[in-house]
Write a protein that binds this ligand. Structure first.
Ligand SMILES: Cc1cc2nc3c(=O)[nH]c(=O)nc-3n(C[C@H](O)[C@H](O)[C@H](O)COP(=O)(O)OP(=O)(O)OC[C@H]3O[C@@H](n4cnc5c(N)ncnc54)[C@H](O)[C@@H]3O)c2cc1C
Ligand SMILES: NC(=O)c1ccc[n+]([C@@H]2O[C@H](COP(=O)([O-])OP(=O)(O)OC[C@H]3O[C@@H](n4cnc5c(N)ncnc54)[C@H](OP(=O)(O)O)[C@@H]3O)[C@@H](O)[C@H]2O)c1
Length: 277
C-alpha cells in the first residue's frame, strides 16, 4: 500500500470543534490493517519517550442525540523532542474507534487527552550496557519513540530492536524507521552502529523466521547477533505486545535473572500491553 497524504499545519482548519482537539497533519497506510498518522502537538504537552496517551474521536450520538468522546490508549511513536506527535495504529474492522479512525485525513481533528503515562521509559531501568526492545505488531510504537531519542544512545552501548509480525509487510513501518536512523540529520551520529535490528515473521517466509520467544529460548538470537546470552548485570529489556507475548517474554527474562522494574522502582526490564484482549 503506502498511500501517504500530508497537509502543512498552517493550512489545517483553524477552528477546533472537539474537546482537546488536535489537527491531523499526515496519514500513511502501510497495509490493510496498519496505518500511521501525525498530529499537531499541543505546546504544553511534555512526555517521556515511550509513554502513551488517550486519543480518539467523538462517538455516535445516543438516543438523546448526545455524543461522548470514544477514547483509547495509544503509545506516542514520535520522540519527546519532535514538534508533532506520531501514532502507529491497527485497523480493527469492527473496532469502535479504529473502524472510524482509519478514515482520518490531513486537516481532520482527533481528540488527544494531554496526560502521558507509562512504564516503557528509560528512567524505569537501572543503568546497563545493552537495551533489548521486544515487540510484536503495533507494540513497536513506543520503541519508535525511544529509538529516536538521543538519551537511549547516551545510556546504552547497544540497542537491539526485535520485532515479530505475521507477515513481511507488517514489519515495514519499523524497518523503514530503523534503516533511516543512522543517516538521520539530528540523531544519526549518536545512533551510529549502536542500533541492531532483528525482525522475524511467523506466517510468511522471510530471512529470519519464528517467534521472538522461540528464538530466544533456542539461543538462535544470540548466535545470529553474535552476542552473549542475557546477563542481569549488563542487559536491560523493554517489552510491548499482546498479553500472551508479554507473559512469555517475562518468563524468559526472569529465567536469565532479570527482574521487572517500574517508575517508582527501576530494575532490569519493563513491560506494557500493546492492546487488551
Ligand atoms: C497501554 C496501551 C497502549 C496502546 N497503544 C496502541 C498503539 O500505539 N497503537 C494501536 O494500534 N493500538 C494501541 N493500543 C490498543 C488501543 O488502545 C485500541 O485497543 C485499538 O486502537 C483498537 O481500538 P478499537 O476501539 O477499534 O477496538 P477495541 O475494542 O479497543 O479492540 C478490539 C479488539 O481488537 C484487537 N486489538 C486492539 N488493538 C490492537 C492492536 N494494537 N493490535 C492488534 N490487535 C488489536 C484486540 O483483540 C481487541 O480485543 C494500546 C493499548 C494499551 C492498553
Ligand atoms: N495479522 C493479521 O494478518 C491478522 C488478520 C486478521 C485478524 N487478525 C487478528 O487480529 C488480532 C491481532 O493480530 P496481530 O497479528 O496484530 O497480533 P498477534 O496475533 O499477537 O501476532 C503478532 C505476532 O506475534 C506473534 N505472537 C503472538 N503471540 C506470541 C507469543 N505468546 N509469543 C511470541 N510471539 C507471539 C505472532 O506469531 P504467530 O503467527 O505464531 O501467532 C505474530 O507473529 C488477532 O486476534 C488476530 O487473529 C490478524
Amino acid at each position: 500500500m503506502n498511500d501517504s497524504t500530508a497537509v502543512s499545519p498552517e493550512k489545517a482548519k483553524p477552528v477546533k470543534a472537539l474537546p482537546d482537539a488536535q489537527i491531523v497533519t499526515s496519514v500513511k497506510h502501510w497495509t490493510d490493517r496498519l496505518f500511521s498518522f501525525r498530529v499537531a502537538r499541543p505546546q504544553s504537552l511534555r512526555f517521556r519517550s515511550g509513554e502513551f496517551v488517550m486519543i480518539g474521536l467523538m462517538g455516535d450520538p445516543d438516543a438523546n442525540g448526545k455524543q461522548k468522546p470514544l477514547l483509547r490508549a495509544y503509545s506516542i511513536a514520535s520522540p519527546s523532542w519532535d514538534e508533532e506527535l506520531e501514532f502507529y495504529s491497527i485497523k480493527v474492522q469492527d473496532g469502535p474507534l479504529t473502524s472510524k479512525l482509519q478514515h482520518i485525513q490531513p486537516g481532520d481533528e482527533i481528540i488527544l487527552r494531554p496526560k502521558p503515562v507509562g512504564t516503557l521509559v528509560l528512567d524505569a531501568l537501572l543503568p546497563g550496557k545493552r537495551l533489548w526492545l521486544f515487540a510484536t505488531g503495533t507494540g513497536i510504537a513506543p520503541f519508535a519513540s525511544l529509538m529516536r531519542d538521543p538519551d537511549t544512545y547516551e545510556r546504552y552501548d547497544e540497542v537491539i530492536m526485535m520485532h515479530t509480525c505475521r507477515d513481511v509487510a507488517e514489519l515495514d513501518y519499523g524497518r523503514e524507521l530503523v534503516e533511516s536512523l543512522p543517516n538521520d540529520p539530528l540523531i544519526g551520529e549518536l545512533v551510529g552502529d549502536k542500533l541492531k535490528y532483528y525482525p522475524t515473521t511467523t506466517r510468511e517466509e522471510s530471512p529470519f523466521m519464528g517467534r521472538i520467544t522461540d528464538n530466544l529460548r533456542s539461543g538462535k538470537v544470540f548466535t545470529d547477533l553474535g552476542l552473549p546470552a542475557m546477563d542481569p548485570a549488563v542487559d536491560r529489556g523493554m517489552v510491548c505486545g499482546s498479553l500472551d507475548f508479554n507473559k512469555d517474554i517475562m518468563e524468559i527474562l526472569e529465567g536469565f535473572g532479570l527482574n521487572e522494574g517500574a517508575n517508582s522502582e527501576p530494575a532490569e526490564y519493563v513491560v506494557e500491553k500493546a492492546f487488551v484482549g
